[in-house]
Design a protein around this ligand. Structure first.
Ligand SMILES: [Zn+2]
Length: 104
């Protein structure tokens, strides 16, 4: 997953390094404050299936990602926590990270 130009610009524009708040040994979502021990990665792209004469579907190809959506979200509230995979991992480990979207 390479960073394209617009993502790099987003990163430079935001410059909002946060450090996650921990409750016990799990970080808390900055939006809903729930404790989470993993982040959901949501990607957009194309999936190809084989449709047989019996009306059954089989996966044909590996998922082919595009660059429209590659979000790192809270599994409880879907808030976009990390701008990049590195940010998401940093969030989970209590290291400074960039938010993927603005907090209200
Ligand atoms: Zn959340």
């Amino acid at each position: 997953m390479g960073e394209n130009g617009s993502r790099v610009q987003d990163r430079n524009r935001k410059e909002k390094r946060l450090t996650s708040t921990f409750s016990g040994n799990m970080p808390q979502c900055p939006k809903c404050k729930e404790e989470i021990d993993y982040i959901q990665n949501v990607q957009s792209g194309l999936m190809t299936w084989k449709l047989t004469k019996d009306g059954e579907y089989e996966r044909e190809d590996d998922f082919e990602e595009d660059d429209d959506t590659n979000d790192f979200r809270c599994p409880k509230c879907q808030f976009n926590i990390g701008l990049t995979e590195e940010d998401a991992v940093n969030f989970l480990n209590g290291q400074p990270y960039d938010l993927g979207e603005d907090l209200d």
